[in-house]
Design a protein around this ligand. Structure first.
Ligand SMILES: [Zn+2]
Length: 71
């Protein structure tokens, strides 16, 4: 079974981005994880901070985690 997790982001100019993580949660098979980014890309300079940063593909602004309604 594949578990998919979605996280939504928005930039200050209103562009939307999405991070989709597909993860294999089968107990007896090899673990794998695949991350697909839509509308944004990972920021190149990741310092030793918490988590990752993303920038907008359209305007290059920092993406902000969008308030997520469950689901
Ligand atoms: Zn933008």
């Amino acid at each position: 079974m594949t578990m998919r997790t979605y996280r939504h982001f928005v930039c200050p100019n209103g562009h939307r981005g999405e991070e989709k993580t597909s993860e294999n949660d089968q107990p007896y098979s090899k673990h794998w994880e695949q991350v697909t980014l839509t509308g944004m890309r990972a920021a190149t300079s990741i310092q030793n901070g918490e988590g990752e940063r993303f920038v907008c593909l359209q305007c290059g602004a920092d993406m902000i985690p969008a308030a997520s309604s469950s689901g």
